[in-house]
Design a protein around this ligand. Structure first.
Ligand code: HEM
Length: 236
């Protein structure tokens, strides 16, 4: 897809789609058109934000594999926006818990974070997401250089923690967390496979280059590096 189409049409559509869960919560909170948030409105708000935070996080994680599987470089243009929406929903999920559920009752908040493992895990995932959101600007990308990519690899443990958090808070039916876990494992497993096959093809290229060098200047190389020459050319 041409970048202008993505910028002009697809990005605004995805932006509007990502806003829908928030608008639906607001719509129901104000009781518009006879709707409501059900018997437990705080839980409903918190669950909606948590679910969408997780969904968009997983979609963000899927961008690189989708680009490679479908040879669709343009999907990368949606990644930052999706990542920021994931963060926004997780932030709203956290704030709902902090303000509406706990009512800023700090000793209860600290006790929950320290003593309820699923909250500890969720909080850790949230804290790790903060630097990713803060460094998502072009300026920060330029300033951090190579370190930016390393920092943003935090998304891998974050997605596992997020699924773990969901799994631990589910009381009976663990099918949904397991579906998320399978998707995340495929997305992460594929990255591991890609980096392994890339490093083994790098070795093959290096060997090929070595063999060429060997063919043109055999004596010189063997004179200086006999052991290495055998090792690289695989002629051991
Ligand atoms: C990356 C971070 C996080 C993600 C993706 C996430 C996602 C979720 C999801 C999907 C649920 C289940 C909702 C449902 O049952 O339908 C959930 C529940 C919950 N989360 Fe999180 N969460 C995150 C961080 C946090 C943080 C930081 C806190 C608070 C410190 C928190 C507190 C809770 C609580 C209390 C529930 C249970 C709500 C209930 O009783 O239904 N989460 N979260």
């Amino acid at each position: 897809m041409p970048p202008t189409l993505v910028r002009r049409y697809l990005k605004p559509i995805v932006f509007a789609a990502c806003l829908l869960p928030l608008l639906s919560v607001l719509w129901r909170a104000f009781g518009l058109a006879g709707t409501d948030l059900g018997a437990n409105p705080i839980e409903e708000i918190q669950d909606t934000f948590g679910q969408w935070g997780l969904r968009i996080l997983v979609i963000t994680l899927a961008i690189t594999p989708l680009r490679d599987w479908f040879d669709a470089a343009w999907v990368v243009m949606l990644r930052r926006m999706l990542g920021l929406f994931a963060f926004t929903y997780v932030l709203l999920h956290f704030l709902t818990w902090l303000v509406l559920d706990q009512g800023f009752y700090w000793s209860g908040i600290l006790a929950d974070i320290a003593e309820r493992p699923f909250i500890t895990i969720g909080f850790t995932a949230f804290v790790l997401l903060v630097p990713l959101a803060v460094t998502s600007t072009n300026k920060m990308m330029r300033r951090l250089g190579k370190r930016w990519k390393t920092l943003h690899r935090l998304i891998y443990p974050i997605s596992l923690l997020a699924v773990w958090h969901y799994y631990w808070q589910v009381k009976a039916d663990i099918r949904e967390p397991l579906i998320y876990l399978s998707i995340v494992m495929v997305l992460l497993g594929w990255r591991v496979w890609k980096s392994k096959s890339r490093s083994s093809s790098r070795v093959t290229v290096a060997r090929g280059a070595q063999q060429n060098a060997h063919a043109t200047t055999p004596r010189r190389y063997e004179e200086y590096e006999p052991a290495k020459s055998a090792e690289l050319s695989g002629s051991e």
